[in-house]
Design a protein around this ligand. Structure first.
Ligand code: NAD
Length: 421
């Protein structure tokens, strides 16, 4: 077992790089290509001056990291949070490259972030931050260059502002510059639920693979935002029993199952999941250690670490969030024979439907929700089977298999394109 301080263990860039190195070694990757793929190809830092509502001027720091454009335009979300750091954005950009390659869509990887606290900002302030951030990045983004999308604390309104700002600079409406837009301005049907839908499809596949019945399958979910609430809703519809939901300010537990549409309604009215009567209140950290068949972290990074991994009691860990499990925790869970559906596979439903959105925008022809969902389901099922086959053939765990599959695909294109001198 490696001995790392908790700071080292929870550095997302180090975690990404460690897994990349391990998988690249297993692949016997050419040393030169190894160096090309290990580091992001471009990192942009911008300082964004914004006039606040009280007339004062604030300067926010923003990042956009493009890890790879080997397989197509860079693709990845933008998050707003006080905790955003360059290392985090770097890691997330690399994960996007691997994620797009796992599901075999023609994109590279990117990620963006702005250090700000959206909970303390008005809509007007958020709009001004978004527009100025977009303006600062104007020559680096575009339908053929880099296509942003929502992530934590950004949403379809944020994407509408980015699309409008970019379009004003281009003197024409360019819907395909971002994905995750409202449906009436070029968004795809099914995008909002897509990540949760993908999570539900890989859960189905995992149950089939392990011979576990849906009936009686208990699920605990951390995070009740876009990914968590949609995963919960769709899994419940399929017959899974959602016994626990953990949020940052408290958790809920009901062994018989929580009524998810009722909880969504409660959250909408109360602004929190707390106070929901049809479940008992429980400490969020404790909830993660309750027995269940499937645990879905769908909130943020580093929630399963050396500090709690030995207490986890699930059969399947399905990573809705990016980077929820540290490398040290991976080893502990491996010893406990937990079946991990790694983030770069489990939460790839969002970027897959983003790809569909980009395709539809460029065609100017829009699919029905049923068409989107059917295409998404088949890509997620096929990708799950590809990763499992890779794991079995190379005798590695699912996470390393997903990395190997992805690195192999990106390395192949990188070699084919050659190194421009
Ligand atoms: P979101 O902001 O909609 O929801 C996150 C939820 O998690 C919020 O309700 C928040 O209160 C809760 N939360 C935050 N910290 C928590 C903690 N420590 N404990 C419990 N709950 C906590 O964000 P989202 O879009 O659902 O994204 C969640 C994760 O999924 C992120 O890691 C994101 O990168 C990843 N992801 C999102 C998408 C997507 O399409 N939205 C796609 C792929 C991956």
């Amino acid at each position: 077992m490696q001995t790392l301080s908790i700071e080292q263990e929870t550095n997302p860039w180090e975690a990404q790089a460690a897994r990349f190195d391990f998988a690249a070694k297993k692949l016997n990757l050419d040393q030169g290509i190894w160096k090309v793929l290990r580091y992001p190809s471009r990192e942009i830092i911008v300082h964004i001056p914004v006039t606040m509502d009280d007339g004062s001027i604030e300067v926010f720091t923003g990042y956009r990291v493009q890890h790879s454009i080997a397989r197509g335009p860079a693709k990845g979300g933008i998050r707003y949070s006080p905790d955003v750091s360059l290392d985090e954005v770097r890691a997330l950009a690399s994960w996007m490259t691997w994620k797009c390659a796992v599901v075999n869509i023609p994109f590279g990887g990117a990620k963006g972030g702005v250090i700000c606290n959206p909970k303390k900002m008005s809509q007007g302030e958020l709009e001004r931050v978004t527009r100025r951030y977009t303006a600062e990045l104007i020559e680096f983004i575009g339908p053929e260059k880099d296509v942003p999308a929502p992530d934590m604390n950004t949403n379809e309104q944020t994407m509408a502002w980015i699309m409008d700002t970019y379009s004003m600079h281009m003197r024409q409406t360019v819907t395909s510059v971002v994905t995750g837009k409202p449906v009436n301005i070029g968004g795809s049907r099914g995008r909002t639920e897509a990540t949760g839908r993908g999570v539900s499809v890989v859960c189905d596949e995992a149950l089939k693979h392990l011979g576990i019945a849906v009936d009686g399958c208990r699920v605990i979910i951390q995070g009740f935002g876009n990914v968590g609430s949609n995963s919960a809703k769709l899994l419940q519809r399929k017959g899974y029993t959602i016994i626990g939901i953990a949020e940052w300010d408290g958790g809920l537990y009901n062994a018989k199952g929580i009524d998810i549409p009722a909880l969504i309604e409660h959250r909408k009215n109360a602004g929190t999941i707390n106070g929901f009567r049809e479940a008992e209140a429980i400490d969020s950290a404790e909830l993660l250690t309750r027995e269940c068949e499937i645990l879905i972290p769908a909130a943020t990074e580093n929630v399963i670490t050396s500090r709690n991994a030995d207490k986890i009691r699930c059969r399947i860990l399905c990573e809705g969030a990016n980077g929820p499990t540290t490398t040290v925790a991976d080893e502990i869970l491996g010893d406990k024979r937990v079946f991990i559906i790694p983030d770069i596979l489990a939460n790839a439903g969002g970027v897959t439907t983003s790809y569909f959105e980009w395709v539809q925008d460029r065609m100017g022809y829009f699919w029905t929700e049923a068409e989107v969902n059917q295409r998404l389901d088949s890509i997620m099922s096929e990708s799950f089977r590809d990763v499992i086959a890779y794991a079995e053939n190379h005798r590695v765990n699912n996470r390393i298999a997903a990395y190997m599959l992805a690195i192999d695909r990106v390395a192949y294109t990188t070699k084919q394109r050659g190194i421009y001198a």
